[in-house]
Design a protein around this ligand. Structure first.
Ligand code: ZN
Length: 440
């Protein structure tokens, strides 16, 4: 199998999506090109069977769905979910820090970042800027400096001989990146830089004043293959744009005969509690508007199935003591079904079995992950969505290494295998073929 075209498309999605806002815009663009119709949450909708639709909330989350021509809403939806955000450094509102001749930017840590890999990288800046326009309106713009702009230099080993042993990172003191230096008495100010960038990217913008922004640092290094046979992929934000990309492609290709839905939520990395997060009302409210009758909606949810996608931990060859030997996950060995006795993942025996049947139909062999019993388990949007909606859910994902690093790794076949399994799910009847003998 030649994975190159799939991975080339993934690489350009990853590199052109430095923030959740950019990822959502790219998903919208793709779905629009595939004939989906854009909806606005603050307008009334006219929905027709046989058509695909999409809408966004707060620029950071997107829901897309097809009302199948051959299915009633009560037959339920094949649902996919993923998250658009990744751990990173976010610029503080009053960003400028002046130390000697240097200009630095204050940052907060967004999500559970692995911080050491942020040092000595060529960082760029991207995000969303809100402006008062000359006509008095509020203008909201996406910006991406798209060049190496910032660095966080390490302290030389000579000043900290124990750096390789201890290496503690103080988030307030050690992380502000270097933006500029005054050599001729002149220092650019951050607002002027932002304004120039808006004008470069949005030629017609008539901005009077910048009022606020959500700006994030990101690693300006393109995704790449690594390994003697190009068997690995190395990139920023594989967690979880890899899954958003797979969901976007699968939904774009899905036949218009069946009910399918994709939810890409923001703010998973800090707990999902926001208007655009999985704990928020976005998905409930869209379902309420698709199926207005409460009883019909409940029947639809009982007949639905959710595949919640988020990357899974592969066994790290240098840390084999960190894994449960019976659940050793490998790159390039297929999508991973994630289980946890304490519901940190929503998978149960029924949802795992359904997904295994989907994989069999797709001729993909899945792997099964549980955390070591003496280590705490991470979580994802699966349990939150399952609890909110009461929908049967499986948590799955592509195997990966270095999760939450500035640069993560997966197998060259993993994104494609994930996509192949969910493409099959969107046409499968596997979630409906259940006879529950536990019930009399
Ligand atoms: Zn994730």
């Amino acid at each position: 199998m030649n994975f190159t075209p799939y991975n080339s498309n993934l690489f350009s999605f990853l590199f052109s999506s430095p923030t959740p806002f950019h990822a959502v815009t790219n998903i919208e663009k793709h779905l629009f090109q595939q004939g989906f119709i854009g909806l606005q949450e603050n307008e009334r909708w006219q929905l027709t069977q046989g058509h695909g639709y999409y809408l966004t909330r707060d620029n950071g989350a997107v829901i897309a769905f097809i009302l199948g021509s051959d299915e009633s809403c009560e037959q339920g939806f094949r649902m996919l979910a993923a998250h658009t955000d990744s751990p990173c450094l976010q610029i503080k509102p009053r960003a400028e820090i002046r130390v000697g001749s240097y200009l630095q930017l204050g940052v907060e840590v967004y999500g559970g970042s692995l911080l050491a890999p942020w040092f000595d990288r060529d960082l760029s800046l991207a995000g969303r800027v809100c402006c008062r326009m000359s006509d008095g309106n509020l203008g909201v713009y996406l910006v991406d400096f798209h060049r190496p702009l910032l660095t966080i230099p390490s302290i030389a080993i000579h000043f900290d001989r124990d750096a390789n042993k201890n290496g503690e990172i103080n988030q307030q003191k050690h992380l502000p990146p270097l933006l500029s230096q005054s050599v001729d008495g002149q220092l650019p100010d951050f607002t002027t830089l932002l304004l120039a960038q808006i004008q470069q990217e949005h030629k017609k913008a008539d901005v009077a004043e910048i009022l606020s922004f959500d700006m994030f640092c990101y690693d300006f290094q393109e995704p790449a293959y690594t390994g003697a046979k190009n068997e690995f992929i190395s990139s920023a934000r594989l967690d979880n744009l890899l899954s958003c990309h797979a969901g976007m492609l699968a939904l774009g290709k899905a036949e218009r005969r069946k009910n399918v839905l994709l939810f890409c939520a923001n703010h998973e990395e800090n707990g999902s509690t926001s208007a655009s997060g999985a704990h928020g009302s976005f998905l409930d409210s869209v379902l309420e508007r698709i199926i207005t009758d409460p009883t019909s909606r409940r029947i639809a949810l009982c007949n639905s199935f959710l595949v919640s996608m988020d990357n899974a931990h592969a066994a790290h060859p240098n840390f084999m003591e960190k894994i449960d030997a019976a659940h050793e996950i490998h790159l390039n060995k297929g999508p991973v079904i994630k289980l946890n006795a304490n519901q940190r993942y929503a998978t149960n025996s029924i949802s795992a079995a359904i997904f295994k049947n989907v994989c069999k139909e797709a001729e993909v062999i899945p792997q099964e992950f549980v955390m070591r019993s003496d280590l705490p388990c991470g979580s994802t949007i699966g349990p939150i969505t399952a609890a909110r909606l009461g929908v049967r859910t499986v948590d799955i994902g592509a195997a990966s290494l270095a999760m939450h690093s500035i640069r993560e790794h997966t197998g060259a076949m993993d994104p494609y295998l994930l996509c192949k399994s969910i493409e099959q799910f969107l046409r499968s009847e596997a979630h409906r073929k259940i006879v529950n003998y536990c019930v009399r």
